[in-house]
Write a protein that binds this ligand. Sequence first.
Ligand code: NOJ
Length: 534
Amino acid sequence: MTHPHSWWQTGVIYQIYPRSFLDSNKDGIGDLSGITSKLDYLRWLGVDALWLSPINPSPMADFGYDISDYTDIHPLFGTLQDFDTLLQQAHQRDLKVILDFVPNHTSDEHPWFQQARSSRTNEKRDWYIWRDPAPDSGPPNNWTSLFGGSAWQFDEQTGQYYLHLFDVKQPDLNWRNAHVRQAMYDVLRFWLDRGVDGFRIDVLARLLKDEQFRDNPVNPQWKPGDPPNVRQVSRYTLDQPGMHEIVREMRAVVDRYGERMLIGELYLPMERVVRYYGEQLDEVHLPFNFQLVTMPTWEARTIRQVVDAYEAALPSGAWPNWVLGNHDRPRIATRVGREQARTAQMLLLTLRGTPTCYYGDELGMQNVAVPPELIHDPPGKDDPEHSRDPQRTPMQWDSSPNSGFCPPEVQPWLPVADDFQTYNMAVEQHEPRSFLTLVHTLLTLRRSLPALTVGSQRSLDQPNPACFVYLRQHGRQRYLVALNFSSQEQVVTLPEQGQGRLLLSTYLDQEGPTIALGEIHLRGNEGLLIEVET
Ligand code: NOJ
């Protein structure tokens, strides 16, 4: 009998930022062999799939999101053979491997762009987006780069501007060109043939731009100091007509390979995100749901609204997913504090849908202040406040210098957190109440309880505005999750007369006692997982 759910539905995804996971060759930068050597840790932790941020050859203007060869491995990270070893070792441990697919732009050092910029008549010219200067010889329209400044760069040699929605070294590909599409689908096939299990697709909703190149409306609320990516409303550079057809084409490529999957990076309003499942569920398997990352406040009421609205908006048969952090956003333990982050983990790992965990978040890692002279990230160079380096610092493995990320005599590419001797894998694995023990326990429970992986989800009405309570149910098994989003003690009253058994408190100091469901007491920042007795 075939399993009714796929691995990407019951499983948990773990995002690795390869530069920062483990340096095995002593250059201060993480690599593939480093990742391979930690697969047993990931298996122990209890995740099911690894998503690797880009590992292809790249001048590293945007740390791998500027690719100069889609079908090879950057020598910093290793070789294709190292990749095959990683894949084989991962599969041996029943871990899937998801690669980052970056279709919106290449590096300006990619041979395609080198050819395209060589002359207006080159056969690759139309693979990118070129426009004549405006009558005043300035940029063709007002579009701004998400990293700041104009999105257009003048090319002296050929007298035209090329478009780059990100860094000037990331020219946008022209997805209206059929050859570009075919070349990029060949890239997918190259990795699928090698055995990868899926792709996370970078800036998926920006592949098509307005055919008339109309100006974007300026965001009237933007003021100096605000992030450059909200300077304009991306009306003509985001989610354009024709996008869904492209995603269906990508899906058709992947579907020929059986149980492989696609995740779309989509920062869009939720009702537009869910359209990327496809009308026939024939687009991406998981359009990333970033609501827990982007919500301006971390409050019980807002979270309940978001969960309920998302559940209601999901097309029939679509599988939900949740994200708490990634390499582009401040870490959860920084956004909400370490105490509250424990409850945030309980939320992520008990909600219905596939969770994506960001490396190091399982340790309670926080953003690390990076001195201005050490900033690497392009948007951070103009404005340190918008640097993404602080959430990309080395994984904290143990208490040795450099936290075991690289040898003591080597300088890691970004600084290691000051508190690494308290927050690291080796120390936390042995502490019964550590952050890691909590995440490990949550992942173990999730795996063993079908109600948490495939069960239904229902928010429960209760009067306390500081708490969010919901029920996960599968057959006769029912589990109640009660989360306190405040740092004060709270009491949740429910109409339920029954009782339950406490399976887990985020404090990890009690389990087993019977709890009357009518009145549940929560300590500050506490989350409880309760098995409802039938
Ligand atoms: C989204 C990626 O997550 C981010 O890190 C990158 O800078 C942009 N896309 C451009 O590729």
